[in-house]
Design a binder for this molecule. Structure first.
Ligand code: HEC
Ligand code: HEC
Length: 276
C-alpha cells in the first residue's frame, strides 16, 4: 500500500496501529476501502517521524516570527520609562514628572546613576535601574538627549505677577546682597542648559522645580561635590523658590531648545557635576 505522508493520513495510520481499528466515515464508504489491514509498521514510523519534524519546524518558525515582531531598539527598551515621562519630544509644565528628552547626555547619565545609587530618591526608577551598569545608563541618556523638544504652552498664574518679577530678577541677575548667583550664569543665557552637564530650566513642571530646590536644601537630592546647586538652593528662601519657579514656567521655550555649547567662562561657584 503506498504511504501518504500528509499529516492527516499519518495520524490516521498511527491511530489505526494504536487502536487496531479504523473509523469508517462516509467518504471511506464511497471509496474502495477493502483492505482493512493496518499500514506496515515501518511506514507508520516514518509517517510519525515526518509529522514530528514538521511540527518542530513549524514551532521554530513560529517562535522566530514572534521574536521578530519585538524589535530590540532603545525605543522598545525604554517603554517602561516613557509610560511615566512624557513621550519623546514632548515637554510639559503640568503635573510633576519632568521631561527627560533634550537634556544634555552627561547630565542625564549622572541622574540615572544618582537614582540607582541613592543620591536621588524615586522608588520605581531605583528598582528599574538597580541592575543596569553605567555603560547602559549612558546609552539610555544619549538616546533621550538626542530627541529634540517640542514647544509647549507656558503656564502663567495670573495671581503671581509680583512673584514672577522677583523670580526674573533672581534668575537673570541673582542677589548680590545674599550671595545668590544669577541662574543664567550656569544654566545659559537662554536657560536651555549647557553641555555636557547642566540641564535647561524651561519646559519643566512648576511643582518639580520647587521640589528639586527644596530637596537640595534638605539634602534629599545630592550632586557630585562640590555640590554648587546645594549651595545656591540654601541661599534661597521658600518665597524665592516659588518666585523663581513661577517665572520659569511662564517662559515659552525658545526656537533653539538644545543645550548651549560648553561654558568657557568661570562659573560663579565650582560644580563637581562638570568633572564627571
Ligand atoms: C513611576 C514613574 C517613573 C518611571 C517608570 C520612570 N521615571 Fe524617571 N522620574 C520619575 C519622577 C517622579 C522623577 C522626578 C524625581 C524627583 O523628584 O527627583 C523622575 C526623574 C527622572 C530623571 C531626572 C530628570 C532631571 O531633569 O533631572 C531622569 C533622567 C529619569 N527620570 C529617567 C528615567 C528613565 C530612563 C526611566 C526608565 C528606565 C524612568 N525615568 C522611569 C518617574 C518615573
Ligand atoms: C554655579 C552654577 C549654577 C548656578 C549659579 C545655578 N545652577 Fe542650577 N544647576 C547647576 C548644575 C551643575 C546642575 C546639575 C546638578 C546635577 O548634576 O544634579 C543644576 C541643576 C539645577 C536644577 C535641576 C534641574 C532638573 O532638571 O532636575 C534646577 C531646578 C536648578 N539647577 C535651578 C537653578 C536655579 C533656580 C538657579 C538660580 C537661583 C540655579 N540653578 C543656579 C549649576 C548651577
Amino acid at each position: 500500500m503506498p504511504v501518504d505522508f500528509s499529516p492527516l493520513s499519518c495520524s490516521r495510520a498511527v491511530l489505526w496501529r494504536v487502536l487496531g481499528t479504523r473509523r469508517r466515515n462516509r467518504a471511506d464508504e464511497d471509496q474502495d476501502v477493502a483492505p482493512l489491514r493496518p499500514p506496515p509498521l515501518t511506514a507508520t514510523a516514518w509517517c510519525l517521524a515526518t509529522v514530528l519534524v514538521r511540527l518542530l519546524l513549524g514551532l521554530g518558525l513560529a517562535s522566530s516570527a514572534t521574536a521578530a515582531t519585538v524589535p530590540d531598539t532603545m525605543a522598545q527598551r525604554t517603554l517602561a520609562c516613557t509610560g511615566c515621562h512624557t513621550p519623546a519630544g514632548q515637554a510639559s509644565t503640568q503635573g510633576y514628572i519632568p521631561r527627560i528628552t533634550g537634556k544634555p547626555a552627561g547630565y542625564l547619565a549622572a541622574q540615572l546613576r544618582a537614582f540607582r545609587d541613592g543620591q536621588r530618591q524615586q522608588d520605581a526608577m531605583a528598582r528599574l535601574l538597580a541592575n543596569l551598569d553605567d555603560a547602559f545608563l549612558a546609552e539610555m541618556a544619549t538616546y533621550f538627549a538626542r530627541h529634540s523638544v517640542d514647544a509647549q504652552p507656558a503656564q502663567v498664574r495670573p495671581a503671581a505677577a509680583a512673584a514672577r518679577a522677583a523670580g526674573q530678577r533672581i534668575v537673570q541677575r541673582g542677589d548680590a546682597s545674599r550671595d545668590v548667583p544669577a541662574c543664567v550664569a550656569c544654566h545659559g543665557t537662554a536657560l536651555t542648559g549647557v553641555e555636557p552637564s547642566i540641564p535647561g530650566l524651561l519646559g519643566l513642571p512648576r511643582d518639580y522645580l520647587v521640589a528639586q530646590l527644596g530637596a537640595w536644601r534638605t539634602g534629599v537630592r545630592r550632586a557630585a561635590a562640590p555640590d554648587c546647586m546645594a549651595q545656591v538652593a540654601r541661599r534661597l528662601t521658600p518665597d524665592d523658590i516659588t518666585a523663581v519657579a513661577d517665572w520659569l514656567v511662564a517662559q515659552p521655550l525658545p526656537a533653539q531648545r538644545g543645550a548651549a555649547a560648553a561654558v568657557q567662562h568661570q562659573l560663579p561657584l565650582p560644580c563637581g557635576s562638570l568633572d564627571r
